[in-house]
Design a protein around this ligand. Structure first.
Ligand code: AAO
Length: 484
């Protein structure tokens, strides 16, 4: 008995960083990409909590380089200047207010931690930063942290340009600059302690976990050393001993020496194969069809379910950055996108993240969207626009709010309802009509063929009348008419 208890205890400790810390029965988070803290606080209270969302991934909260003012690209936020909490999403007071208000309604906050690097190496005089901190990238001085030249990796990098030139060279990927971003020397105790100080500051404010940006570009042992110094979560909202949820951005589509599994020891990893493959299936490319989804998950070569953070698209690959390629489905392909997100939320594999985006003026030249840099909806002074809510519950000001689309919101609730139930009663027509249940709690059917679906299926549900929450909406004891 004693031994078993000890074993459980050790296993429990080791698994802690895989646990999203969401409230029981809340099984998904949403990435409110580039939203202002004030809007996120409101959204937690008015929409996310009432609809069973477990948490929000926020854009990086720390000070960054201002680029192209007033036409500022979204990606400036991946160029840190210090760990002060002011960005165009808001200042520290607004950040604290958001975390407190979201936590108070049981919607937890996951911060995007950009700890692999500072800003691009060419930034200098003439550039400013979001809190006004002085810095000089050319001399590698960031006095607001402070970091100076010897806190960076350049001496260890063996590529000709100092940048990552070849993803097949593992040490280049981890020691050289990712697109010229100044690469921090994470093997140094000094650098590690500045990073843990920043992350612990966020934990004290009340965040529940972190997306680790560019984890692939850091040695797994260095990431581990940083994570080991993190505090337990704030006792005001979380149980004693709760550890921050960790999901590491590791792009592993195969063919490179850096693999997801090298990072399992630190927490979950982003499973990029998921969105790339699901997009291919829904688009029916490469001879793929939905019938093949019967063994979706590990059967498709994905990482073990309890180490996976999954998503249909993310802020990079919805606009051609990062990895995944043309198969990635986004809000621009609304019908297929809803099906893919619906499939993700119905299926038990992985911990699910829903994307919430803004529209930008896409402009393709030779197949490349040359406007894929365009930042969030903004005012003429470059400040980010608020998210107004229309009478029909959609969002204004070019915020897409996919998480408010009925089909997606209802499937977030579906996932909560079927949580813990087995994948069951699979049916397919050998083509693109499929259906499956989750124990005796829920059942879903998809038709991605070009002809009607007319079958009698075993659902596993108790006899009764059910509402189709994809095509309609349950209102009291009735279901609104099919409007799909
Ligand atoms: C900007 C400018 C740069 C400039 C730089 C510094 O665009 O021209 O040099 O500033 O001044 C974001 C933007 C960047 C931006 C950066 C900083 O995306 O454009 O640079 O902010 O402002 C790699 C990383 C991955 C990274 C991804 C974008 O591994 O970590 O690139 N994602 C995160 C964030 C992202 C952010 C950063 C990191 C930096 O989510 O928003 O960048 O903080 C291969 C590799 C992947 C690699 C991709 C892209 O993928 O495997 O690891 O991702 O290449 O380079 C097939 C393959 C697949 C391959 C893919 C593309 O699909 O199967 O493996 O092709 O070749």
């Amino acid at each position: 008995m004693g031994v078993r208890f000890l074993l459980l205890f050790i296993v429990g400790l080791c698994r802690a960083q895989y646990d999203p810390n969401t409230r029981p029965g809340r099984t998904s988070i949403v990435h409110l990409f580039e939203w202002r803290w004030a809007d996120i606080a409101l959204e937690c209270e008015r929409y996310l909590a009432p609809n069973g969302f477990g948490g929000v991934q926020i854009s990086p909260p720390n000070e960054n380089l201002v680029i192209g003012d007033p036409s500022r690209p979204w990606w400036e936020r991946y160029q840190p200047v210090s760990y002060k909490l002011c960005t165009r999403s808001g200042n520290e007071t607004e950040f604290r207010d958001m975390v407190t208000r979201c936590n108070n309604v049981g919607v937890y906050v996951y911060a995007d931690a950009v700890i692999n690097h500072m800003c691009g190496g060419n930034a200098g005089a003439g550039n400013h930063s979001t809190c006004g901190s002085f810095f000089n990238a050319k001399t590698k001085e960031f006095p607001a942290v402070p970091y100076s030249a010897w806190d960076f990796n350049d001496a260890k990098c063996k590529s000709r340009s100092g940048d990552i030139e070849d993803y097949r060279d593992l040490s280049q990927v981890r020691n050289c600059r990712l697109v010229n971003l100044l690469d921090l020397a994470l093997e140094k105790n000094y650098v590690r302690s500045r990073i843990t100080e920043y992350m612990n500051y966020l934990i004290d404010i009340g965040v529940a976990g972190f997306r680790i940006d560019a984890a692939k570009h850091m040695w797994p042992g260095d990431v581990k050393a940083v994570l080991e110094e993190l505090k337990d979560l704030n006792r005001k909202w979380f149980p004693a001993g709760a550890k921050p949820f960790i999901y590491q951005e590791v792009i592993d589509l195969g063919g490179e020496p850096i693999t997801d599994s090298q990072y399992f020891g630190n927490g979950r990893v982003t499973e990029f194969k998921y969105g790339a493959k699901l997009g291919t299936v829904m688009r029916k490319w490469n001879g793929e069809k939905m019938a093949y989804l019967k063994n979706w998950g590990e059967g498709w070569g994905f990482v073990p379910s309890d180490t996976a953070l999954v998503f249909v698209d993310n802020h990079d690959n919805q606009r051609g950055h990062g990895a995944g390629g043309a198969s990635i489905l986004t809000f621009w392909d609304a019908r297929l996108y809803k099906m893919a997100v619906g499939f993700m939320l119905a299926h038990p594999y992985g911990f699910t993240r829903v994307m919430s985006s803004y529209r930008w003026p896409r402009y393709f030249q030779n197949g490349v969207d040359i406007n894929n840099w365009v930042g969030p909806p903004s005012n003429s002074d470059g400040s980010t626009k608020s998210v107004p809510i229309n009478p029909d519950t959609t969002c204004g000001n070019d915020w897409v709010c996919e998480h408010r689309w009925r089909q997606i919101r209802n499937m977030v609730i579906f996932r909560n309802v079927v949580d813990g139930q087995p994948f069951s009663n699979w049916w397919d027509n050998g083509s693109n009509q499929v259906a499956f249940g989750r124990g005796n709690r829920g059942f879903i059917a998809f038709n991605n063929d070009d002809w009607y679906m007319n079958v009698n299926l075993q659902t596993g549900l108790p006899a009764g009348t059910y509402c189709d929450v994809i095509s309609g909406q349950k209102e009291g004891n009735t279901s609104t008419p099919n409007d799909s």
